[in-house]
Write a protein that binds this ligand. Sequence first.
Ligand SMILES: C[S@@+](CC[C@H](N)C(=O)[O-])C[C@H]1O[C@@H](n2cnc3c(N)ncnc32)[C@H](O)[C@@H]1O
Length: 280
Amino acid sequence: MTDESISEDGGALLPDWEPPEIDRSKAHPARIYDYLLGGKDNFDVDREAAEVALGLMPELRGMARVNRAFLGRAVRHLAEAGITQFLDIGTGIPGPGNTGEIARQVHPDARVVYVDYDPIVSAHSRALLSGADPALTAIVQADVREPKTILDNGTVHAILDFDRPVAVLMVALLHFVSDAEDAHAIAATFVDALAPGSALVVSHASEGHEPGKFGAARSGWNNATSQLVLRDREEIERFFTGTELLEPGVVIIPGWRPDHDLTDEERSLDYGHAAVGIKR
Ligand SMILES: C[S@@+](CC[C@H](N)C(=O)[O-])C[C@H]1O[C@@H](n2cnc3c(N)ncnc32)[C@H](O)[C@@H]1O
């Protein structure tokens, strides 16, 4: 592998090396999302599935973009507020603007653990992040629906000190967890485990102004993706129980502390909500 292929700034994966776990034959949600973001870690099969979904919901590309931008603004805000530890659950493929990249612009020694349950994502992450300092970065394959496997994980504890503030990121994650799987109890388990001053960062899909659109788009890559549970603003706010919401509270994703005047297009991207809460 060349140095270029392992940079944490999202340098191209795969031109000369690829982990054996990566299956090029089936579209994969995290690689579809990477394609929507304009990333390089995707294959023809992913691009084709993404184009079908885009035909049904052209806003998907904008939603991916505003979601990733929210992640960046939230991480930057928390790092500037003094948080140096990040537990990023449901990482996806850590392309440009990943949590470590943003956090280390503020704290060069920020500690980041990336967690995803998907072996394909883990393989991409290992390839993209293998140049990172192992004392500051780790990749853990685990399922958020089993919070204890993350909170009791030795690798997580080798990097993160839970006696100090940790930002837990569940960005575009909890809509993959159903009410039957008790998504709210899962978020509460993480909040309970955190020291005061810690943060919870959530973005989550909602119906938006054209109900049914998200569901239709999902059917476009049905064989690749998992269930998608749309929740309204109030249901999303409940994930923050035990924290104090930072201003402006739970809002449409592009509306969380935007760094520019929102365009009309961004204002119309109301197919999801986001917020950041601080444990006091
Ligand atoms: C849409 S991507 C979000 C990526 C990134 N957080 C972002 O917002 O830019 C969702 C990720 O969540 C992961 N995921 C879905 N269900 C999960 C679960 N139960 N446990 C851990 N990760 C999960 C998927 O594998 C995928 O990589």
